[in-house]
Write a protein that binds this ligand. Structure first.
Ligand code: ATP
Length: 428
């Protein structure tokens, strides 16, 4: 059977992945866990999320599904932060006999949940129509993520994936500052990058894989294979690890991006790739955010932003100028595209005016006064005005991304990019 769980945590504690890790161990009493547990990131712009809009799915071979259902529901009741207004847990159970019929249905549901906004009623109708065992608490919003996570487990070949090794803290330490040896994270990164990524941010000298919230996560190492993330985790020096789990995940895959044909179709709470031409010089506004606009080939314009948390990425964005051809990836909010990645396809030529060169001597000529002609000191030749010449831009075409400290869970880091037609500039 497949078990999908979502929305068990609050800002004050817990984490659905922790509940998943606990259940992975406890459910061994009822059967054998098949394959890696899944950590599925859903639409990153959903306002109901606590942090990263994650849901979890487990797969178990069992002869006593009723016992499993009772166990999981009682653990969710016990551990979920139901008292928190925003916490509305949902648990879904898919029995093996229903895999075939639900595979395409929940596969579509997963894609919708990652890229679109789903009403709770849609999840409830689907549960009713296919008579899916489930339990929704309070308004039952967690059923959306729980169903989507089951869809991911039913369709493992349909989506690109990476892995995350999540290490959890001892319960008595939850809510206290994490004791970690920072240097061990930089060392693990040195030894395992590019097989792992986003462990540290070298430019900003930050450890980025350790959360600061009150949840049970000590650290999470992301990478391409289960072996490499576990190898990196083994190099970390920190307070004791209570338990860990290696999740298969859609993190770092760009699964959230829709391809926008033009700027007019961009809607808030969705994420896109959009091609266009820079139409206004970037300007830095209060708070350090950098804003510019692009125009698509139908003439529609949209504002684009590199917000302050994107740190050094803003320096790159400030170098853009009208006429540059770009493809942007990012989420739409308040009509603005919040940029995660940028492909600079073509740079507009930059011109400056300079004193002409003498056609005879090749020497730069001197002005004879304001608004006057230019004269060659050596041979006396006159030229009427300054000349326009092209200067090299302080920017190269290619793919660029925000630094690890500003990365969205779903954004595919450039270290995973396989394109060979363009320069790739991974942020480290
Ligand atoms: P954590 O990362 O710590 O697990 P979270 O950020 O995942 O927390 P949740 O507590 O899971 O946040 O809250 C997200 C809620 O939004 C869940 O109830 C989930 O079912 C719902 N949800 C997820 N995707 C969508 C979507 N596309 N449309 C509508 N609701 C969604």
């Amino acid at each position: 059977m497949i078990i999908g769980i979502d929305d068990t945590d609050s800002n004050e504690g817990m984490c659905t992945t922790y509940l998943g890790a606990l259940l992975l161990e406890e459910l061994q009493a009822y059967g054998a866990v098949e394959t890696f547990p899944l950590l599925v990131r859903l639409n990153p712009t959903i306002p109901y999320k606590t942090r990263g809009n994650a849901a979890v799915a487990l797969k178990l071979k069992t002869v006593c599904p009723e016992k499993v259902i009772a166990h999981v529901i009682s653990r969710v009741e016990e551990l979920a932060r139901i008292e928190c207004e925003k916490t509305n847990p949902g648990v879904v159970f898919i029995l093996e006999k229903d895999y075939k019929i639900l595979k395409p249905v929940l596969g579509n549901f997963l894609e919708e949940a990652v890229r679109n906004v789903i009403e709770i009623q849609e999840a409830k109708s689907l549960i009713k129509e296919f008579e899916i065992s489930s339990k929704g608490f309070k308004n039952g919003r967690g059923l959306i993520g729980a169903l989507a996570a089951c869809g991911a487990m039913l369709n493992p070949e349909e989506w690109d994936h990476t892995f995350e090794h999540l290490a959890y803290r001892q319960k008595e330490r939850w809510g206290t500052p994490r004791e970690i040896e920072k240097e061990s994270f930089f060392e693990a990164d040195r030894k395992t990058y590019p097989g792992t990524w986003d462990t540290v941010d070298l430019t900003n000298r930050l450890v980025v894989c350790v959360p600061h919230s009150a949840d049970p996560v000590l650290f999470g190492i992301r990478g391409e294979t289960p072996t490499i993330v576990t190898e990196a985790a083994s190099m970390i020096k920190s307070e004791p690890v209570e338990r860990f789990a290696v999740y298969r995940t859609n993190q770092g895959t760009d699964m959230h991006l829709l391809s926008a044909a033009n700027a007019a179709e961009i809607r808030d709470m969705h994420s896109y790739m959009l091609e266009g031409m820079v139409s206004a010089f970037p300007k830095t506004i209060h708070g350090g955010h950098v804003i510019f606009s692009i125009r698509d080939n139908e003439g529609n314009e949209i504002d684009c932003a590199a917000f302050e948390p994107t740190k050094n990425f803003r320096a790159l964005v400030r170098k853009l100028m009208p006429g540059d051809k770009v493809v942007l990836s990012g989420s739409a909010s308040s009509g603005t595209l919040n940029i995660e990645k940028i492909e600079i396809k073509k740079l507009a030529p930059l011109h400056k005016e300079e004193n002409p060169k003498c056609p005879n001597c090749e020497k730069h000529m001197k002005s004879t006064g304001q608004g006057q002609q230019f004269r060659c000191k050596k041979c006396g030749t006159h030229v009427p005005s300054k000349v326009r010449c092209e200067v090299k831009r302080d920017l190269e075409t290619g793919l660029y991304e925000v630094p690890p400290c500003a990365r969205r869970h779903l954004a595919k880091p450039l270290v995973r990019e396989k394109r060979s037609d363009i320069g790739i500039h991974p942020a480290r």
